[in-house]
Design a protein around this ligand. Structure first.
Ligand code: GLC
Length: 646
């Protein structure tokens, strides 16, 4: 049982209209239930001998933060606790978007609600909307404030209006909490620059290179091309500051408990605005230690749990997403382990799954995908994934080398093949992607590009290649169809639903030109949207496929994340076959052909599973029953089936 389940049990059935005293009583119960864990986590990071008083301050702070939460949100918290694991429902379908590029402003976004409704989107990840530096700001991931809306997007009251209309319509809102670093213009950074030692201690700052050099011995570089090294010299304060990402993103020093208390305040203030899911950005980097790579350290996990359990007391209806794009065995640790199982983050990005899907596109084989899925460590019951095809970042090739080697492939050469395939280094490849952060010393690089361009649509359109266009449309449906049927919340990257291509305009913007991730952050193409009703365009076909998959998903309770996924070995290296359900009448069998040639499945195998009867099968995607020929079910290139029992 995780702490949320304990709170559910302690809360019991909620009164019809609980008054303030009752709400406070329930808060106190939650605090009491979490107290021992909070205390042991806190003192494990900040020793009791020096920080006992600070811990008592934290206790007071929790109550004052709770008092600031609105009654509406407090009631929602209780309802969500009562419902339990509400985020595992098959009804959630998400979209990730940049407000400025999608709708201009927050007000503009409100006007787009019918667009989401029509497509079936009810979960929105809005990329950072808070105040940020005017020049380069890493797409808003350099923050000048955690709680104020950047004037370019609107006013704080626009966000308040938006969140309340989301609540009315049952739309779930996810916002970022850039927990690892602030911008160099943040109030604390400004004070530090002026020589204020209290605020210099909010960051990792040093008067000379001796400690930075020790760190550098084992710290990898995140942006080796544009921001080599992990420290930046700030002449005004005559100190080096740790900047693991860009030089203008200063890493917060969580070994200082004041930083934790201040950031908790920011976190709850964000939650109190009506945010349902908080995306903990770059949380693998939260704790730094000389002699290590300062990623995924045990202290970072304890720190995230500490945030989680404080939030659990103040705002138990708000959950946390781990943005940890790390090895699979490391990712699942963000769900919490041991006594903290289910008490760290409720959701994590299924990054390995995403990368393996792209590997299958390039190789036309599912060997690595199947192998990685089988090797995936189990996750705790109360947790779930975000499944996605593309996002605003690059596609990292972080597969397990041992898995690649077990297939008889050379890991280094295989990665190079993937870069070549997706980044226009092979004439025959249909993909039009770009390399991100190529490191000539190691040959490592990552891939960027829009889903449609990476899947061949851009090149096929340029070449007026009708067959290529058809293939690209099928491949988009294939990847999204897998994601929509997988356990977790599926996230559509805005623009993918209409097959938007790479956007090369960033190259002319000096604030963006050195960051090829901008190739996949286009301004939404409303012109195309206005013609979606017209049959026969590639955009309308892609849109209709995605819209249909979404509505099918929502009608299949078996797709809720309830640990009911079984991977099948279809004996064909081009196919991915998995089943949702445990063989009951309402189970679903997903069959995906990654090959450019037709493949076949043995009908007797499908009959034994219950998906073929009297030579007939029923595919929800392409309605109606279809026949089998010569005991074989034929799958055209890039075919996707969602089979139900007949
Ligand atoms: C996360 C974001 C990425 C950003 C980085 C630093 O990985 O997804 O876009 O550059 O954090 O904040």
């Amino acid at each position: 049982m995780n702490q949320a389940a304990i709170h559910r049990a302690l809360q019991g059935h909620i009164q019809k209209d609980p008054g303030a005293a009752e709400l406070k009583r329930l808060f106190e119960k939650r605090l009491a239930a979490n107290f021992t864990l909070l205390q042991s986590l806190f003192f494990s990071l900040y020793p009791e001998s020096a920080h006992r008083e600070t811990f008592f301050r934290l206790q007071d702070q929790l109550y004052s933060l709770f008092k600031k939460r609105s009654r509406d949100l407090k009631l929602q918290d209780l309802r969500r606790l009562e419902e339990g694991n509400w985020y595992q429902s098959e009804k959630w379908v998400g979209m990730q978007l940049y407000v400025d590029r999608f709708s201009g402003t927050l007000k503009g976004l409100e006007e787009k609600l019918p667009y989401f409704e029509k497509l079936g989107i009810n979960f929105l990840h809005l990329m950072p909307i808070n105040k940020r530096p005017k020049g380069p700001n890493d797409g808003g991931y350099a923050v000048n404030s955690y709680t104020e809306v950047d004037p370019a997007f609107g006013q704080d009251r626009d966000l308040a209006r938006l969140t309340s209309s989301f609540r009315e319509k049952g739309i779930c809102l996810m916002l970022d909490f850039v927990v690892n670093h602030t911008s160099d213009e943040f109030a604390w950074a400004k004070r530090a620059r002026k020589g204020d030692s209290e605020f210099q201690a909010y960051y990792y700052t040093y008067p000379d290179r001796s400690i930075p050099d020790l760190f550098e011995e084992s710290l990898p570089e995140v942006f080796p091309e544009t921001s080599p090294g992990n420290f930046t010299y700030i002449p005004e304060m005559q100190r080096w500051v740790m900047t693991v990402f860009n030089t203008y993103q200063w890493d917060l020093n969580y070994t200082n408990p004041r930083v934790f208390l201040s950031m908790l305040e920011n976190l709850v203030e964000l939650a109190n605005k009506g945010v349902d899911v908080v995306r903990f950005d770059a949380l693998a980097f939260l704790w730094k230690k000389i002699g290590t790579d300062s990623q995924n350290l045990p202290e970072a996990h304890r720190l995230v749990s500490l945030f989680r359990l404080c939030l659990q007391v103040v705002a138990p209806g708000v959950i946390i997403l781990a943005e940890a794009i790390v090895a699979p065995h490391e990712i699942v640790r963000y769900f919490g382990e041991g006594a903290l199982e289910g008490n760290e983050c409720e959701i994590a990005y299924n990054a390995t799954f995403m990368a393996c899907l792209w590997n299958s596109v390039a190789t036309k084989k599912t060997l690595l995908l199947n192998r990685s899925l089988r090797a995936m460590p189990p996750k705790p019951d109360p947790c779930t994934w975000i499944n996605y095809v593309r996002c605003h970042d690059d596609i990292g090739l972080g597969f397990d080398d041992a898995h690649i080697a077990a297939l008889g492939w050379d890991p280094g050469l295989h990665r190079r093949f993937l870069l070549d395939y997706f980044c226009q280094r092979l004439d025959w490849s249909p993909a039009k992607g770009a390399v991100f952060m190529y490191n000539p010393l190691t040959g490592d690089g990552r891939i960027t590009g829009s889903t449609a361009s990476l899947l061949g649509l851009e090149k096929a359109l340029e070449e007026h290649n009708a067959a290529g266009i058809t293939d690209a449309i099928s491949k988009i449906g294939l990847l999204y169809g897998i994601v929509f049927a997988s356990p977790g919340i599926p996230l559509v990257y805005a623009g993918d639903e209409i097959g938007m291509l790479n956007d090369y305009s960033y190259r002319g913007d000096p604030d963006k030109s050195d960051d090829s991730r901008w190739i996949n952050r286009p301004v939404h193409d409303w012109e195309t949207v206005s013609h979606l009703e017209k049959e026969g365009t590639h955009a309308s076909e892609i849109y209709r496929n995605i819209q249909k998959l979404i509505s099918l998903r929502k009608e299949l309770p078996i797709l809720a994340d309830q640990d009911n996924t079984r991977l099948h070995d279809a004996g064909n290296e081009h196919l991915l076959v998995f089943e949702r359900g445990s063989g009951e009448a309402d189970s679903l069998l997903v069959v995906a052909n990654f090959d450019s040639s037709a493949q076949v499945l043995n009908a007797s195998w499908l009959t034994a599973l219950g998906y073929v009867k009297n030579g007939e099968y029923r595919n929800l995607i392409d309605e109606g029953s279809k026949g089998i020929r010569s005991g074989l079910l034929e799958l055209p290139p890039y075919e996707l089936l969602w089979l139900v029992k007949i």
